[in-house]
Every structure is written in C-alpha cells, then in structure tokens.
Design a protein around this ligand. Structure first.
Ligand SMILES: C[S@@+](CC[C@H](N)C(=O)[O-])C[C@H]1O[C@@H](n2cnc3c(N)ncnc32)[C@H](O)[C@@H]1O
Length: 491
C-alpha cells in the first residue's frame, strides 16, 4: 500500500488515547441527575476507544464500496441504520483512503446520524440546518434529499464555515447554500419559510467527551446554563423561520437537563409548537419529565441516547411541529439585486454549456439538471430545483463549474468534473498505474503524450478524480489543493 502524505489537517486515526480525567464538576453533576452507577459507567466510557462508523450515500452502490475498502484491510459491519456501517478493522485507515478523499463515504458517529435520519427531508422540502459546521449532518441531509432541492446550511463561526465548505465540496453536493449568520437572526432573512429545520445546537458536549476530552477541563454548570440561553434563542429563531406545519428537530450531544429538557419546556410554554413521538432505531431512554421543581410529562417524547448503550456518543433528540403563525422579526436589509441565475438554455449560459457538450460529449439533458450562476469570471452550478434566487445571502452557493478565460472558453473545475465526469464520452483519460495516480493526486504533471492537447476529465478504477490539462510537457493535474491536505493511502 502506498501512502501520499500531504500537509496534515484532519486526523481520524486513533493510535493514541490520552487518558481523560473525569472532572469532579462533571462527576457530581451526573450523580445528581442520575446516580453513582451512571458516573462509573461514564468514567469507563470516556476511557475507552471511540468506535468508528461511516455513512454511505443511501442512493449509492454500497456493496462495491465495501469491496473496495476490503483491499485496504478495512472491514465493515451493518448497523440498524441502512446507510451506516461500523468499522470492525482498519479504523486507522478509514480517514485516509482515496475513496474517503473523494467523498464516497463520510466518517461520523452513529448517534450523530440520528437527527438527520429523523428529520428525513426529501428534495421537495425547503430545508435548513441552522448550526451546520463542520457539516456531518448537512452532508447527510443533502444525501437524503438525493442531492437535489434547497438545503441552506448556516454557521456563525468563520473558521468552522471553512470546514463546512470543505466538506460540501468534498462530498460534491450542489444543493447547498452556505450562510454565515447568527442563527438567532436567520428569520430576518427567512420568515415562515422552511418545511424542515435541524437545530443541532452548540452544547456543553458531555456526550462526546471520549472524543473531545478538553471538555472535562472547562465544564461547569454555569457554562452549560449560558449555552442553554443560546440554545433557546436558536430554537425561537428556527420556529420563526419554519412554516406552519413544519418539522423541527432539536438535538444536542450533551446530557444535561438544562440544555435539553429545560430548553424545550420553556419553548413549549411560550411558542406554538408541539413535541411529537418518533421512532428512534438506537437504544434510548425517554427525556426527563421531573427533576426538582420541574415537571413536564410531554418531555417523555424527547429521547436520550446514552453513549455506552450503543457503542457511540451521547445525544438528545426531540421532534417539534409548528402549529400556528409566529411574529416575524424585522426583515433584513439585504439588498435584493443579485438575481443572476441562468437556466440551461438562457442565451448567456448556453454557449458555455454547448462547449461542455461538444468537447466532453456530456448530453444536454444532463446539463439541464442544473441552474447556473455567474460570479465574476467563475461560473457556479446548483441543482435545477434550487428555489432561493437571491445569491447575496450566501457565502457559498452550489459548486464551481469553471472559469471563463480571456478567449471566452470555459475551463472546467475539478468539482464539476466529478459531477459530470461519469456522463462524459470524450476527452476522458483513465489513469492506470499507481505511480501516475500518485503524481495526479500530488497536483503534478504526468509525463504522458496524448494526441490532443487541452482539458481532460480523469478517471481511476471507475472513480472520477477531477480534471487535468494535457500540455506538451504532459498531463497537468488540476486535483484541488484543498483535497491535498490529508494523507492518502492507495491500495
Ligand atoms: C454541535 S455543532 C454542529 C455540528 C454539525 N451540525 C455537524 O453535524 O457537523 C454546533 C455548531 O453551532 C455553531 N454555533 C454556535 N453558536 C451559533 C449561533 N449563535 N448561530 C449559529 N451557529 C452557532 C458552532 O460554531 C458549531 O459549529
């Protein structure tokens, strides 16, 4: 097995486990909420290795991917979720394969897959992921929507927006608009708008201490209560942004009652939403209905996932439905002057799409599955069912189609090559050796003479890698720089 080592950004390996000291604050808190046995189980849980799980697009061919991964020594086991697999062998390799780099699967904890699974949007649902980075659940929602429709992913933190954008590009999803906004204010832009909303709120993370061990150093109840105030505001905002009849999933990866049941209790008392029953395929317990002065029997409909019950993380999930109108916030002052979407046969975009049709042999009905956007000399594409035509809301919308050069020629972007490559019948090149593959993934030039110069779509073992340009020196890789941030193993 060859390994290409790029500058290392993302590390999914579990070769070293730092011993986590369970802080007195956490132990005392959990004992007051549960009992001493719970604390002992919690202590054992945080000292154990996290199990690894992967998620595969429910509409893709799972079996062939599972077979490919076997060649790396990776063995998977089915779980109760039809798109999720437990990594039995090879968890040190699971975040480093070529297939991982190309977004053919996503590494994510089993419990974290539950909130999108319960929301279960289709491409007909206008969908919002209010607290989206790094995009584990956004990318899952997009796959559930068959990569079509309108999915808005919002995140407030600039750095985390970067990882959200990275994952959206890597998973090659053209149904996502990324906003960078305080979630509390989203209804200024979208009031009474969405059919389905996920509020996977920031939280004090007691369910994921096994992975995020610094939590044990800072956790205290005052911090958790502060976060609960933000969670409440985020939920209010989601309710305002939802249509009457819309579904909202509220989830956290923490175990406190302050950030879960108390937040929902306040919401249920003040806002026109009802809590609903739902099927949760993992082992779980009902939400707390009584604690000290607090009492609300309806919260038995919320569900708590206790980490060691499922070999995964701790989560809290509740399903709400909006029952009647809410007061809007003051509308935003976004200038609404940036409607520059083009359908495939618009006179501006048609010549560029004709270039793709003639040069790569991509059928016009495939190109008609998308709408196109001009952003200076770049062209972007979103699926044709995208409905929000005000692109100034988004810091990223859809995927890059390519760049128009001085001769008015469209140079295809690697992300677009990955979307359209399987439909290309011309100017497609198959890399057939590991040596050439390594050069391509490094962004270098494969010394190879071809009859025709110009851009090519590059394939390896049936997978589209991206684009390249044939020059007199050879085939110059255009494999995106941001995908060259991890170590890639080649089987
Ligand atoms: C639990 S994480 C979300 C994880 C994400 N849903 C996923 O599955 O990858 C919560 C996110 O909310 C963001 N956040 C915190 N405060 C926020 C706010 N006021 N508005 C929007 N997002 C916020 C955090 O930066 C963080 O990325």
């Amino acid at each position: 097995m060859i390994s290409i080592r790029f500058q290392f950004h993302f590390n999914f390996s579990q070769s070293k486990k730092t011993l986590i000291e369970l802080s007195k604050n956490i132990a005392d808190y959990l004992e007051s909420l549960y009992d001493r046995d719970f604390v002992e189980n919690y202590r054992k849980y945080i000292e154990s290795y996290p199990n690894q799980y992967i998620r595969i697009d429910p509409f893709s061919d799972h079996q062939s991917l599972i077979e490919r991964l076997k060649n790396y020594g990776i063995e998977l086991e089915k779980t109760v979720l039809p798109f999720a697999y437990k990594v039995l062998k090879g968890s040190d390799k699971i975040g480093k394969t070529l297939e991982f780099t190309l977004g053919l699967y996503y590494v994510q904890s089993l419990s974290s897959m539950i909130p999108p699974h319960i929301l279960n949007p289709t491409y007909n649902d206008l969908t919002l992921d209010l607290c989206a980075a790094p995009g584990s659940k956004t990318t899952q929602l997009a796959e559930l929507m068959e990569r079509k429709g309108t999915l808005i992913a919002n995140e407030v933190n600039q750095q985390r927006v970067g990882s959200l954008n990275f994952n959206v590009d890597k998973m090659n999803l053209s149904c996502i608009g990324v906003m960078k906004q305080k979630g509390e204010l989203i209804s200024k832009t979208f009031d009474n708008f969405f059919d389905k909303i996920l509020v996977d709120a920031p939280c004090s993370a007691l369910g994921i201490v096994q992975k995020k061990n610094e939590v044990s150093n800072w956790w205290n109840l005052e911090q958790a209560e502060k976060i609960a105030e933000v969670q409440f505001k985020l939920l209010v905002s989601a309710i305002k942004a939802a249509k009457v009849g819309a579904e909202i999933i509220y989830s956290t990866c923490t175990l406190t009652i302050e950030e879960n049941e108390f937040v929902l209790d306040k919401i249920l008392k003040k806002y026109p939403v009802e809590i609903e029953e739902f099927d949760l395929p993992l082992k779980h317990v009902p939400g707390f209905t009584k604690f000290g002065e607090f009492e609300n029997p309806k919260l038995a409909l919320a569900k708590r996932i206790i980490p060691w019950d499922n070999d995964s993380e701790g989560f809290f999930v509740a399903k709400l439905r909006k029952k009647s109108e809410t007061e809007p916030l003051v509308q935003s002052n976004y200038s609404k002057s940036h409607k520059i979407f083009f359908i495939h046969d618009h006179k501006f975009i048609k010549p560029y799409l004709n270039q793709l049709h003639e040069y790569f042999g991509i059928e016009k009905d495939i190109l008609a599955r998308f709408k196109y956007i001009q952003s200076r000399s770049d062209l972007l594409f979103v699926n044709k069912d995208w409905v929000v035509e005000e692109n100034s809301y988004f810091i990223k919308l859809g995927l890059k189609l390519g760049v128009i050069d001085r001769k008015d020629k469209l140079n295809l972007h690697s992300d677009a090559a990955r979307t359209f490559g399987k439909f290309a019948t011309k100017n497609k090149i198959v890399i057939d050796s590991k040596e050439d593959l390594e050069i391509y993934l490094n962004g270098s030039t494969i010394k190879k003479e071809l009859d025709a110069l110009g851009q090519k779509i590059v394939e390896y073992e049936g997978m589209i890698l991206g684009s390249a340009v044939q020059t007199k020196e050879g085939l110059k890789s255009q494999f995106p720089r941001n995908l060259r941030t991890n170590e890639i193993l080649l089987q």
